[in-house]
Design a protein around this ligand. Structure first.
Ligand code: SF4
Length: 498
């Protein structure tokens, strides 16, 4: 079982988001701040250093993926040597059942959860709650989302779509907080409420940002310390980790824990950077009595066997979401499943089936920003184009679009037809002005339709060729092309949002 996708409703969901001014403001502000903080941190030393870190991180993840089967076996051996009990889950139903079995085995009544996109994907909370367990999200953003009965809209900032006033209203309505607009007071109030939940929890559930094969350890990064509480205070700890989270060495972990916070929140390091090595030892005062790792596939092996395997390198930093002009306009809920933005537009069709997410490969302007900011250099635009190809091959492209492309091909394959088409377009524009007819009017409603040149290039070129050489005005920039070295700074530095 995987959470139901609403991605085929993308257009309708996007329309709702586009008419929500509060959401537009919150998402615009949140993504813009994260985008510029990333630039400041990632390239703080030099552009070359930032790019080097990016390529080093990309290589660490690519190497881990190339050796995935062997590394998973190594990780399992080392996890067990550290005292973890290791389980494997093929799909969401199996993963959730394993968590439920562990909870029953240890007479668990209440669960404290740290942030995990995988558990969103698996729908773990719903299954546990249906079985009568009390589940509390302890990451502040996730806590607000849970109280509001919503789902995260951003990989790193789940509550990015909400304004401060909306969060205040949630706390007042759901927890009886005395109304205040002071953010610090709101956070202090939430912290006090959560403290009780940590102390009363029988089981802590976490994800795992990385699984370090050579030491059999879980790498967990966070800013609020709630993950540390979830994994050390309750007597049982369960970590649900996607099999693609594997890394080879602690050194790779060190590389990735630098690019992850730089890319997501613009921090050099997260406030808490943890390496978990199993349950409490006999001579340790703190830590869980029982520690489990559930390695979850849930479609990842299928992706691994395709041309989209590179998408499994994703370290869930959210930088592509912050850079994407489509995501920045409407936020994550419009994508209709767990992951929004460019990585969501790629992962969702792969996880839930292309036929259940047909609009998503087109939810991109293909501007390339997502690849440029990705700390592990995933070629998201290439994969979006490949998915569009797959849509056409599977007959999922729209009839009108097919017809338009065929007409385009007819015009583009004959100089005469191309010339006639140009004349018709110029004549049409003279009559209709800046508004396009029929369904094309939706495009020109919010954009200026550029004027066609009064004379086509072919005509200009023809008349120019028949003029004497000295009358021809220079049209090309005479300066020689610049070498990469003479161009100076790396292009990723200080570029603005597209
Ligand atoms: S695709 Fe790259 S930029 Fe996007 S969330 Fe994953 S790692 Fe971050």
């Amino acid at each position: 079982m995987t959470l139901d996708a609403q991605s085929n409703n993308f257009i309708a969901l996007a329309d709702v988001a586009l008419h929500n001014e509060d959401l537009q403001h919150a998402i615009g502000e949140g993504t813009r701040t994260a985008y510029y903080r990333r630039l400041d941190t990632m390239f703080a030393h030099s552009d070359e250093h930032g790019e080097f870190m990016r390529q080093q991180a990309a290589e660490a993840k690519r190497r881990a993926l190339r050796n995935l089967p062997d590394l998973l076996e190594l990780a399992e051996r080392n996890l067990k040597a550290n005292g973890f009990k290791v389980e494997w889950a093929e799909d969401a139903a199996q993963a959730n059942q394993l968590v439920l079995d562990i909870a029953r085995r240890h007479q668990v009544q209440s669960v404290a959860k740290s942030k995990s996109m995988l558990t969103e994907e698996l729908g773990t909370n719903d299954v546990l709650e249906a079985a009568g367990l009390r589940v509390v999200e302890t990451d502040l953003g996730e806590y607000i989302i849970q109280l509001a009965g919503e789902t995260p809209s951003h990989i790193v900032g789940p509550v990015m779509h909400k304004t401060k006033a909306e969060i205040r209203d949630v706390f007042v309505r759901e927890l009886g907080m005395t109304p205040t607009d002071n953010a610090e007071e709101m956070v202090a109030f939430a912290r006090k409420m959560l403290r009780e939940d940590f102390l009363n929890a029988d089981m802590g559930i976490s994800g795992g940002n990385f699984l370090i094969a050579e030491t059999g350890s879980i790498g967990l990064v966070m800013n609020e310390g709630n993950g540390r509480m979830c994994t050390s205070l309750p007597r049982v700890h369960v970590a649900l980790i996607g099999i693609e989270k594997i890394v080879d060495t602690v050194e790779d972990y060190a590389t990735l824990t630098q690019v992850l916070p730089s890319s997501s929140t613009g921090q050099k390091m997260t406030v808490y950077t943890n390496i978990l090595n199993g349950p409490a030892r006999a001579d340790e005062a703190d830590g869980p009595e029982h520690a489990y790792v559930i390695l979850v596939d849930n479609g990842r092996s299928d992706i691994y066997a395709t041309k989209y395997a590179e998408a499994l390198s994703c370290i869930r930093c959210g930088a592509c979401q912050n850079a994407c002009p489509v995501y920045r306009t409407m936020g994550g809920h419009a994508y209709g499943w767990v992951y929004g933005g460019p990585i969501g537009a790629v992962l969702t069709p792969l996880f839930v089936g292309l036929e259940n997410a047909t609009p998503l490969p087109h939810a991109s302007s293909l501007c390339g920003s997502c690849k440029q900011v990705c700390p592990v250099d995933i070629d998201l635009p290439r994969m979006l184009l490949d998915l569009r190809w797959d849509l056409v091959r599977e007959g999922e492209s729209k009839a009108g679009w097919d017809m338009a492309m065929k007409l385009w091909a007819v015009g583009m394959t004959s100089p005469t037809r191309f010339s006639l088409g140009g004349k018709a377009a110029r004549a049409g524009q003279a009559i209709m002005g800046e508004y396009m007819p029929g369904p094309l009017g939706n495009w020109s409603k919010h954009r200026d339709f550029p004027d066609f040149a009064p004379k086509p290039f072919r005509q200009l070129w023809g008349s120019r060729r028949h003029r004497p050489v000295k009358e021809r005005a220079p049209t090309l920039n005479p300066s020689p092309p610049q070498s990469p070295a003479s161009r100076g700074k790396h292009p990723t530095k200080r570029e603005g949002l597209k």
